[in-house]
Ligand binder design. Structure first.
Ligand SMILES: NC(=O)c1ccc[n+]([C@@H]2O[C@H](COP(=O)([O-])OP(=O)(O)OC[C@H]3O[C@@H](n4cnc5c(N)ncnc54)[C@H](OP(=O)(O)O)[C@@H]3O)[C@@H](O)[C@H]2O)c1
Length: 323
């Protein structure tokens, strides 16, 4: 495993990390989560991603039990959570980044995770109904109170990230350090174009999500939806159209020849491609079983072999089939 700085911050995160969206509390219980986290840890992963909304708090509870159980030194583990959608139904309990919600939400997450602090906390989406200044002050206060160490955003526009950073700069507040965007072979424009000026200007770090486009890039959806896959889950039926998209599945078929020449799997190739972007601090992987974790972690070795010629072949196969 290699470790990269989270943007301009001094924090080191493993370049492959492990997250709990969809899986914890839906496909995996505490025992299965423990097996996957242990497989990731054994491969050198130090960052475990979570969010308040994942399985409506259950994902944080599961991760809390596992962390207690495995007993890894707190100084070696980086844990995150994210806030926006909320767990309640009241006017200040959902779809907001207002001060009241944020400063209560962190206490709920810490309690479910059984932690004194989280390392990273994200504003999970932008909130057009709260002034950015209010959110920046609340995130600063969360950090100043010791309940989180670094804060950032997820799927914010470049202009909103810059606005938040400038407010923090002006008032000498803790600045947003990282953004969590989707980034994979089929979803690139925001990371490669929209955010491009922010890496040098603000020192923005990236913790990127869905590197396999929910499994599409493993090739498992080329002949329909396989049993036991994310595509079969009723709660996530909205993913099916993209997972079975014929054009993209044809591209995946072409990528199989590149993977074959490299002697790796399609999943490893897709993860290695994400790792080649130097603006990515960590690629957050997901898995529903430990064998997938073991396979995916070997992408670090594949990235070392992915040269410019192979990247050109990948780009030629994908063509313009990406957002
Ligand atoms: N900030 C945000 O808004 C946001 C949004 C989404 C995700 N995230 C974060 O990013 C993390 C990763 O996202 P993701 O889970 O969507 O990542 P992904 O890598 O695109 O998809 C992971 C899924 O693909 C399948 N898979 C993984 N490795 C495989 C392999 N080697 N062979 C076959 N199938 C394989 C598994 O599903 P099945 O086995 O069930 O098919 C696994 O759960 C999340 O856990 C979360 O922490 C953040």
């Amino acid at each position: 495993m290699n470790y990269r700085r989270l943007g301009r911050s001094g924090l080191l995160v493993s370049e492959l990390s492990f997250g709990s969206w969809v899986t914890y509390g839906n496909q995996m219980d505490t025992r299965a989560a423990r097996e996957c986290m242990a497989a990731a840890w054994d491969a050198g992963v130090n960052f475990f991603d979570n969010a308040e909304i994942y399985a409506r708090g259950e994902s944080e509870r599961i991760m809390g039990v596992v962390l207690k159980d495995v007993g890894w030194p707190r100084s070696r583990v980086v844990v995150s959570t994210k806030f926006y959608w909320g767990l309640g139904d009241g006017p200040n309990e959902k779809n907001t980044l207002n001060r009241k919600y944020l400063l209560q939400a962190i206490d709920g997450s810490l309690s479910r995770l059984s932690l004194d602090y989280v390392d990273l906390v994200f504003c999970h989406r932008p909130d057009p109904n709260t002034p950015i200044e209010e959110t920046v002050w609340a995130m600063h206060d969360m950090i100043a109170s010791g309940r989180a160490l670094y804060w950032g955003t997820s799927e914010w526009s470049a202009s909103d990230i810059r606005a938040a950073w400038e407010i923090a700069e002006r008032h000498h507040l803790h600045k947003p350090v990282m953004e969590q965007p989707q980034y994979n072979l089929f979803h690139r424009k925001r990371v490669e174009r929209e955010y491009a000026p922010l890496y040098a200007d603000l020192g923005l770090g990236l913790t990127t999500w869905s590197p396999l486009a929910s499994g599409l890039l493993t090739g498992k959806y080329r002949n329909g939806i396989p049993a036991g896959s994310r595509g079969t889950l009723e709660n996530y039926a909205f993913l099916r159209e993209r997972l079975t998209d014929p054009t993209r599945n044809n591209v995946v078929g072409e990528l199989a020849s590149v993977a074959g020449d490299l002697g790796c799997t399609l999943a490893q190739l897709a993860l290695a491609w994400c790792l080649k972007n130097p603006n990515v601090s960590t690629v957050i992987t997901g898995a529903s079983r430990p064998q997938q974790v073991q396979e995916n972690m070997r992408a670090v070795e594949i990235a070392a072999k992915l040269d410019a010629t192979l990247i050109q072949r990948i780009d030629a196969s994908v063509g313009s089939s990406y957002d």
